[in-house]
Design a protein around this ligand. Structure first.
Ligand SMILES: [Zn+2]
Length: 377
């Protein structure tokens, strides 16, 4: 196995660094942000749009594609690249988190996860082995192992007990070993996932266990679910010193721009999050001066672009007033234009992060941006 990840520069502030990840479908620079295309589409955004916006790698969900249209359809149509038209790198998550959070009747045993499909009520099984096989059929460039995620706060609103999380973390380790034994195409990378809930000792144990296995990258699962920010900072920083230094680290499902900046400082290289696209569809845009709700009545006659300092297609061509109007009449262009801006904002943020790490001024950039992102316009 050749090394797919190369570190270009270690920063001079905390654990931040820049790198390049190489795949069969192209290379991309890190730290990187992956827009979320759950069903093989970033909602309302075509592959052509994504390329123009500067996307480098896109995330799809194994479980949802398994349900619809089914991995065999995707495989016959040329894998995710041929089926969707996004011919750059794809990462697929394993679907374990979606299964445990979407379906009400889930049984988790050491063998895997059994659940009733919300689509047709039929019993489905997800195991470490078939999660790898499905991702093989989808032909993603980076596959994720099946893990057992216990949310920091359980459905009843209580906190899962130490022994519950300990069992889930142990199971995640055994599943990780089984995933590595399952055959897969050599062009596909496989990342392991660290769990441990909100218990520092379990997070540490999981980082040691998963970090001892021969993965091509190491992810953090089960964060961004309401935990304390300082706890998260510590967990990420500690794990970055445990897992192999020369492999990428991925914080799954996070987050706001401020979450990303904080995590980059703790050594994270990969991010994905639904926020820029989901917020865009609901009329909230991230700007260089804080977040802005485009539906606000005070914007009715504003001739300003969403963000005065943005070079995206939306900001170069449309006013806040017109965008507010589109949201009010519920035209689908509204969500598309706001999503374009938000994705541009995230990709631009990642480019600035990489630039300031290379130039040695990430600390100043980070301090200035963290203060700014707390503002709501
Ligand atoms: Zn813009």
């Amino acid at each position: 196995m050749t090394d797919r990840f190369s570190i270009i520069k270690n920063g001079n502030y905390q654990h931040e660094r820049t790198g390049i990840f190489a795949t069969f479908h192209g290379n991309f620079p890190t730290p990187t942000f992956m827009p979320v295309a759950t069903y093989g589409v970033v909602r309302g955004v075509s592959a052509h749009d994504l390329r123009k916006l500067g996307a480098k790698v896109v995330l799809a969900n194994t479980y949802h594609l398994h349900e619809r249209p089914g991995e065999n359809v995707v495989r016959k149509l040329g894998g995710l690249h041929g089926f969707t038209g996004w011919r750059g790198p794809w990462l697929t998550d394993s679907g374990g988190f979606q299964v445990t959070s979407l379906s009400s009747k889930v049984t988790i045993t050491d063998n895997g996860v059994s659940f009733r499909s919300p689509l047709d009520g039929k019993l489905r099984d997800l195991t470490p082995e078939n999660a790898i096989r499905i991702q093989g059929a989808l032909n993603s460039d980076i596959a994720m192992v099946l893990d057992h995620c216990v949310p920091v706060t359980d459905r009843g609103g209580g906190k899962p007990s130490y022994s519950q999380v300990k069992d889930a973390t142990k199971r995640t380790y055994h599943w990780a070993k089984r995933s590595l034994r399952e055959a897969r195409d050599s062009s596909q990378s496989l990342f392991g996932i660290i769990q441990g809930g909100e218990y520092p000792v379990l997070r540490r144990k999981s980082a040691n266990d998963i970090g001892s296995l021969d993965f091509e990258g190491y992810a953090h699962g089960g964060l961004g679910l309401g935990e304390d920010l300082l706890f998260r900072d510590d967990v990420l920083e500690e794990a970055s010193q445990i897992v192999p230094h020369d492999k990428p680290r991925y914080l799954m499902g996070l987050g706001r721009p401020s979450d990303i900046i904080r995590a980059v400082a703790r050594g994270i290289d990969f991010f994905d999050c639904v926020l820029p696209t989901r917020h865009g569809r609901h009329g909230v845009v991230f700007t260089s001066e804080g977040s802005l709700n485009l539906k606000a009545a005070r914007l009715a006659e504003s001739n300003e672009p969403p963000d005065l300092n943005c070079s995206c297609h939306t900001c170069q061509n449309f006013s806040r007033s017109y965008l507010r109007h589109l949201f009010r009449i519920k035209d689908q262009l509204a969500g598309r234009l706001a999503t374009f801006h938000n994705l541009h904002h995230y990709f631009h943020l990642m480019a600035e992060i990489r630039k300031t790490i290379s130039q040695g001024n990430f600390r100043e950039f980070s301090n200035a941006k963290l203060a700014l992102y707390e503002r709501v316009l």
